[in-house]
Design a protein around this ligand. Structure first.
Ligand SMILES: CN1c2c(nc(N)[nH]c2=O)NC[C@@H]1CNc1ccc(C(=O)N[C@@H](CCC(=O)N[C@@H](CCC(=O)N[C@@H](CCC(=O)O)C(=O)O)C(=O)O)C(=O)O)cc1
Ligand code: HCS
Ligand code: ZN
Length: 770
């Protein structure tokens, strides 16, 4: 019998219940017990959904209150001393690592949070000391949750992040230098103890995720798999059977590592990303080993094409036989929204093209049944699926000849600014007349509950467009007044009119559809509602001119026009899977180019236009080589196409909210943006050395304020950060700004933090006065 399996389920619940409970707990509106009870309710509900769908292998320990990697930091007692010494209770210590803690006498910043592979999910980086020790936490969560499900009559397969990935995804803490992987021999015994505890609790199977196998691995990491899995795989009856799960790429380049898994029960591979790896992988398996086929996409919302999938599965069946096959989601479903059933406003035609987490759980079951019992057993489902595929393939919605014609007319010259940076900068300097160390912010100011309530009322038709517009103008006035008070140099309008930096554009572009409840966790309690690209993209009307023009008309200082760049719009949407992403990116670039030019035409030409491209890095193929270079070529071209239509005097800013840019520095340089702002407040300033080494001529604002945390950094902290940065950057190159937009913060947090930031900039201006 072929089994069906889900690698992980979204945590938030149908109505973002977990987000609401967590935020209520943080603001002291509910007790810790109430939050824990809500977590338990959600876990049980999600297990039941999968059980009712008929899923054979249901995950547990995929639930986390903030992030599953952070869970493992606590699970292995690998919490840095600056948190343990605060003597917070376990859950508050956990949240302190995730988001910082500033209450009473406790003031501790968050651990670094970075992108989870090439997704829009963020994980908290294990941060390890040179003398790091590990031990198993009391009442370990994977065991507790396994028992919780068991008590409800649901047998689960606990999910763990594997020891090699845990260490490889971590870093040495400030003041430490040991490569985390050198701690492996101390960590593996803790996994052994945990596996034994799981087995004793009744878990006969465990899913151990080793997603780093999709990367190009350095020899030390490759070598770590053997000792780790010799120990974990040799527990025999004392431990559960192990399935090693990999996702988001192929592992063909790491097949030399697979011998380390000789004693494991099964291997899971992502066949949505790389179906061609099947042929190689089946040859690598031991004679009894099972292959879990990741065929239902955990990263997108398109309905599975059963006919195509069954053809692929058939190849595996031919090679291994039905008994050695599992039909699974390609990755955890964490990256998909909860259920399509909630969507009441989607056009009828497109509704049938989609499948969210609940529906995907059904898909693995139908596919497994089709293989086990033969297609006739699920004929009705197969027919409905074929009809949905046909409807999409033949739909008029997907094709716009005007967009295609415009794409044919794109010329190489359209990608380049009129002049080189030094010529442009001379003009911008005169226009903007900025001081040394100019201060600015990244775009958004606090999205207060009042803003959200008014937008909600407008969406529901409870207030008119004129009333909503007037409200937004009042919010913009407030943002400008506060920037005046703070003494910032380059202003923003604050983005009060935007629900999200990608969804907002998706709602204004043809070729997109958007949802009502399709939330996906981005980090902690924060969710996004990615719009869905279903057809060729075009801009029916200006999208941001009204607000930017108003802001410019009421401010004394240069104003940035705020746009989200083409790659970020693409990556943070659910893209089409029937057209290459480079084509979708170019369509977005053309739409944005028109917007940039319109902003300039509307008198915003003395302002900087910031095209946010935080997802450029995220889209980078996970392995180096030809694919990566090809991606960077079309991604950089899209950015340049969107921005190059302006005069030299218009300053183009671009923003990156992550710091790991070393491996694609040449692409960042190739964007030819006049000013870059990058997340940097929690990274080592040494990372900035690349700008010196590569003789980067343009301007840079490495973030000095961690906006993910509610804490307010003191002026001295800002000064120290600037001092460190000045070791690597020329003073005339350095801008002072936060890591990212301020929408998640409150005004009482933002105002003092920015005041301290401006104070630090002024201090250095004095120091560097000619
Ligand atoms: C910069 N980042 C972003 C990423 N991806 C994006 N798509 N967008 C980003 O900004 N990836 C990397 C980072 C991740 N960071 C963040 C930061 C902040 C959020 C966030 O704040 N998310 C919000 C939801 C935003 C939104 O769409 N809001 C809507 C709906 C608001 C709402 O909940 N309304 C209520 C009714 C109103 C009320 O009574 O309060 C409702 O619908 O029930 C809006 O503003 O209109 C979040 O709350 O999680 C995400 C990623
Ligand atoms: N302009 C956006 C960028 C976030 S990456 C903001 O400020 O929220
Ligand atoms: Zn950002």
């Amino acid at each position: 019998m072929v089994q069906s399996s889900v690698l992980g389920f979204p945590r938030m619940g149908v109505l973002r219940d977990l987000k609401k409970a967590t935020e209520a707990y943080w603001s002291d509106k509910i007790t810790q017990d109430a939050l824990l009870a809500e977590g338990k309710r959600l876990r049980l509900a999600h297990w039941k959904i999968q059980k009712d769908a008929g899923v054979d292998i249901i995950p547990s320990n995929d639930f986390a209150y903030y992030d599953h990697v952070l869970d493992h930091i606590q699970l292995f007692n690998a919490v840095p001393e600056r948190y343990t010494s605060q003597k917070l209770n376990t859950l508050d210590e956990y949240f302190a690592m995730g988001r910082g803690h500033q209450k009473g006498s406790v003031d501790v910043p968050a651990l670094e949070m970075v992108k989870w592979f090439d997704s829009n999910y963020h994980y908290v980086k294990p941060t390890l000391q040179d003398n790091q020790t590990f031990s198993l936490a009391q009442d370990p969560k994977p065991v507790r949750h396994f028992l919780e499900a068991k008590e409800a009559g649901i047998h689960t397969r606990p999910v763990l992040l594997g020891p090699v990935s845990f260490l490889a995804l971590g870093k040495a803490d400030r003041g430490s230098s040991a490569d985390p992987i050198t701690h492996l021999s101390k960590l593996v015994p803790v996994y052994v103890e945990l596996l034994k505890a799981l087995k004793a609790a009744g878990a006969d199977q465990v899913q151990i995720d080793e997603p780093v196998l999709v990367f190009d691995l350095k020899p030390e990491i490759k070598a770590a798999f053997k000792p780790a899995y010799e120990a974990l795989g040799s527990l025999g009856a004392a431990g559960p059977q192990i399935t090693i799960a990999t996702y988001f790429g192929d592992i063909v380049h790491n097949t030399d590592v697979l011998s380390a898994f000789a004693n494991v029960h099964a291997l899971h591979v992502d066949l949505v990303r790389n179906p061609e790896q099947l042929e190689t992988i089946v040859k690598q398996l031991g004679p009894q080993q099972v292959l879990s086929l990741g065929v239902v996409d955990g990263r997108n919302i398109w309905k599975n094409n059963f006919q195509k999938t069954l053809a692929l599965v058939e190849k595996a069946v031919q090679a291994l036989g039905k008994e050695r096959i599992i039909i699974a989601t390609s990755s955890s479903l964490l990256h998909t929204p909860h259920t399509l059933a909630s969507e009441k406003k989607l056009p009828e035609e497109v509704y049938q093209w989609f499948s969210f987490a609940v529906e995907k759980a059904h898909e693995v079951v139908v596919l497994a049944k089709a293989v086990t019992q033969g297609p006739a057993a699920v004929q009705a489902e197969l027919d409905a699926n074929a009809a949905a595929m046909k409807s999409r393939a033949e739909s008029k919605r997907t094709n716009n000849p005007d967009v295609k014609e415009r794409q044919r007319q794109v010329t190489p010259e359209m990608h380049n600014r009129k002049s080189a940076f030094d010529v442009r900068y001379a003009q911008q300097k005169t226009h903007l007349s900025l001081p040394l160390f100019p201060t600015t912010t990244i775009g958004s100011f606090p999205q207060t509950s009042e803003i959200r309530i008014q937008r909600n009322k407008f969406t529901k038709g409870e207030i008119t467009e004129a009333e909503y517009d007037a409200f937004i103008r009042k919010e913009i006035d407030l943002c400008i007044q506060i920037q005046d008070e703070l003494g910032l140099d380059v202003y923003v309008h604050g983005e009060p009119e935007r629900n999200d930096m990608v969804q907002y554009f998706g709602e204004r572009l043809d070729g997109y559809v958007f949802t009502t409840y399709a939330w996906v966790q981005s980090y902690g309690s924060r969710c996004v509602r990615p719009p869905i690209i279903v057809g060729d993209i075009s801009r029916p009307a200006p999208m941001t001119v009204k607000e930017s023009k108003y802001a410019a008309s009421v401010s004394k200082k240069p104003m940035k026009g705020m746009l989200t760049g083409p790659i970020t719009c693409l990556r943070w949407s659910f893209p089409r899977d029937d057209v290459h992403q480079s084509v979708q990116a170019q369509q977005l670039a053309l739409a944005l180019r028109d917007e940039v030019v319109d902003l300039e035409k509307n008198g915003i030409f003395v302002m900087a236009v910031q095209v946010d491209e935080p997802a450029l890095r995220e889209g980078l193929p996970l392995r180096s080589g030809k694919e990566r270079e090809a991606y960077l070529t079309w991604a950089v071209d899209s950015f340049k196409l969107s921005t190059a239509g302006v005069e030299d005097s218009t300053q183009i800013h671009s923003h990156f909210c992550y710091s790991e840019f070393q491996d694609f520095f040449h692409a960042i340089a190739a964007l030819d943006a006049d000013v870059l702002s990058i997340e940097n407040s929690k990274s080592d300033a040494k990372l900035l050395k690349v700008f010196i080494d590569e003789a980067y001529p343009r301007h840079i604002g490495p973030g000095v304020y961690d906006i993910h945390s509610p804490r307010v950094p003191a002026p001295e902290e800002f000064k120290q950060r600037m001092q460190e940065m000045l070791e690597y950057l020329r003073p005339e190159q350095l801008w002072i700004n936060p890591d990212c937009g301020l929408k998640t913060r409150t005004w009482p947090q933002v105002k003092p933090a920015l005041a301290n930031m401006v104070e630090a900039a002024k201090y250095f201006r004095e120091q560097y006065k000619a």
